[in-house]
Write a protein that binds this ligand. Sequence first.
Ligand code: PAF
Length: 283
Amino acid sequence: MKVISSISRLRREVGLLKRKGMRVGFVPTMGALHEGHLSLIRKARKDNDVVVVSIFVNPTQFGPGEDFSRYPRNFKRDRALCKAEGVDIIFYPSTEEMYPQPYRTFVEVEQLDEYLCGRSRPGHFRGVCSVVAKLFNIVSPDIAYFGQKDIQQAIIIKQMIKDLNFPVKMKIMPIVREKDGLAMSSRNTYLSEEERKEATVLYRSLCLAKDMIRKGERRPGRIIKKMQELIENTSGRIDYIEMVDMDSLSPIKKLKEQDRVIIALAVWFGKARLIDNIIVTVR
Ligand code: PAF
């Protein structure tokens, strides 16, 4: 396994492999790898001849006062996990390598960032799209792998791939959960023991919503209220709970048969802002 920090070297190495006809799978990450990331890496390993994982905590996707400086970083551990999964190349650039000064170009996908996390994290998806566009240009993958956990990110990047004609196929993989339902996240490490226990309410509230829909409830307001009540029994502070259309990400007013909707939430437990979601087909 090679660890490469320079863009020109990464391009050279991947170029050589692609000229030999090899298919390149790419998993972009910010490190602090967990089973969720590993599931993407395993899928990439299965589908491709070469697997590239990037590890870069991207400063442009963090707002002022967010957790950029304390975001968990443990390259040694990440490197060992990648090696064990048979990764071929880790791309591990510095901030200067990715954003040489003066840096002035950003990519923005309109409208899809107006809801969910986009509302409470202005500029976040502009930072995500910019770095992912750069990574696609640097790595030139055939297939890129993203997790459903960051569903808005995945939908926005899908749109960016289409709009900017990136020759990249995208695969969105299911959320990996702990045994008690908590979605795997690098930010779970911020939780105290008590908060960790309470945070299971997120998945329980999503299951409650799904169950209400299954039993015939069609009013998103009613469903969201019940979810709120459940979460408000804990120390969790709700940022948002929304039920949105799969394509436009705009809020649903009334559920109809065959609708495919995303029920998504962001809730603070102590210093950790956790997100989670489920996709439900109404029947
Ligand atoms: O999902 C993430 O870890 C990041 O947003 C990504 C896609 C690696 C871009 O920095």
